[in-house]
Design a protein around this ligand. Structure first.
Ligand SMILES: Cc1cc2nc3c(=O)[nH]c(=O)nc-3n(C[C@H](O)[C@H](O)[C@H](O)COP(=O)(O)OP(=O)(O)OC[C@H]3O[C@@H](n4cnc5c(N)ncnc54)[C@H](O)[C@@H]3O)c2cc1C
Length: 362
């Protein structure tokens, strides 16, 4: 079954920011490893984000281990292309062995190793790190009548620019940062209604991603030291008032309404039974972890996640997960937060493989 497989000590599945952070630490261990990435080029989810997407942390707070993100020329928060260029330069700088495009279809057990079947052959490894993010699994909630709706529907991961919706009646659904940022720019050119399950939580103007990260870190430290962390002052999902969002608020465009009851062919019906015609719906409703390749290992829980202890699968001790959210490490789905999770996973892998026999790379 594994005779024609390429043997590595470690494989990392996914070559976005999380996979690269893991690669950085693996490189320093001297372990033989390879990163298998399904994309055609570097940057993970970033190159396909919408045109105006900006981080909500300054560059110096958005760095992967080892090499700070260069500042944005002229100042401001880094945009999509700046982040994508940084990630591309990062993997070059550390000569990370990323193989593209290689999509891992399944991971299964094969004697004392794990076997990854891909669209470009088989790999086996003594340890596997899954770092596949969520961009390939956009989540769209189920609304009655949606199948009969004749307008356009797209998820935020397919949204590019407001000009595509000029003059249209658009629903933006979702109360996080994507919804707020897309609403802000769309409201210049389209008639937008912002639909959120509850009133969104806006952070104070002087709180950005850096402050959120510091607060979250302090809470973990307090918990570890047995101190009362107090009530949380703002979650990582709360809306950061980046300049375009602030500008939309100042113009009165940041108003939201609670969800509609159902779709009709040309629009929606609200809870008070009133109707609105709708040309397009943009679902800013987040992602689910892209973990289907792990199904043969029997590690997927009913909620679609994997039970982990410090990022290591409880059911499969040769498997680590990095970058999916707080359940795989505090703020590990962010550039600033992934370092801690990646370092800890690699430290454990190094310990676990200390006594494993060496194999020759093929
Ligand atoms: C509005 C907004 C603002 C944001 N601001 C920030 C911010 O300020 N700071 C920050 O840090 N983050 C921010 N983010 C979050 C950030 O975009 C993601 O969390 C990040 O891209 C996750 O990185 P990742 O490497 O885990 O996953 P991804 O970037 O999705 O990379 C995963 C990689 O795995 C590959 N892959 C997937 N499945 C397979 C498979 N089966 N086999 C092989 N390869 C596979 C994919 O091709 C991809 O290259 C923001 C997001 C939004 C929407």
């Amino acid at each position: 079954m594994t005779a024609d497989a390429q043997e590595r000590r470690v494989i990392v599945i996914g070559g976005g920011q999380s996979g690269l952070a893991v690669g950085y630490f693996l490189r320093r261990t001297g372990l033989d490893f390879e990163i298998l990435d399904a994309n055609q080029g570097p940057g993970g989810a970033w190159p396909s984000a919408w045109d105006s997407l900006h981080l909500f942390s300054p560059a110096q707070w958005s760095s992967l281990p080892g090499w700070p993100m260069p500042p944005v020329p002229g100042g401001g928060y880094p945009g999509r292309d700046h982040v994508a260029a940084y990630l591309a330069a990062y993997e070059e700088r550390y000569r990370l062995p990323v193989r593209r495009p290689v999509r891992v279809e399944t991971v299964e057990r094969a004697e004392n190793r794990l076997l990854a079947r891909t669209n470009a052959g088989k790999w086996t490894a003594l340890a596997v790190v899954s770092a596949t993010g969520g961009a390939s699994r956009p989540f769209v909630p189920d609304y009655p009548g949606v199948e009969g709706f004749r307008g356009r529907q797209l998820h935020s991961c397919s949204y590019r620019s407001p000009q595509d919706f000029a003059g249209q009646r658009v629903l933006v659904v979702g109360g996080g940062n994507s919804g707020a940022q897309i609403l802000a720019e769309l409201s210049h050119v389209a008639e937008v209604t912002w639909v959120t399950p509850e009133a969104p939580t806006f952070l104070p103007d002087d709180v950005d991603g850096r402050v959120l990260f510091e607060r979250a870190t302090e809470r973990v430290r307090a918990q570890q030291e047995g101190r009362d962390p107090g009530p949380p002052k703002g979650g990582l999902g709360d809306i950061v008032m980046v300049p375009p969002v602030r500008e939309a608020r100042d113009r009165g465009a940041l108003r939201s309404v609670r969800p509609f009851l159902r779709f009709e062919p040309d629009g929606v019906v609200w809870r008070d039974r009133s109707r609105s015609p709708v040309d397009a719906v943009i679902w800013c409703t987040g992602f689910r972890p892209a973990l289907v390749h792990l199904a043969p290992l029997g590690v997927l829980e009913p909620d679609g996640c994997v039970a982990v202890q410090d990022g290591r699968s409880v059911r499969e001790p040769r498997l680590w997960l990095v970058g999916y959210g707080d359940w795989t490490g505090l703020a590990s789905a962010t550039l600033a937060g992934v370092t801690r999770a990646a370092r800890s996973a690699v430290q454990e892998i190094q310990d676990a493989l200390a006594d494993a026999p060496t194999v020759t790379a093929t």
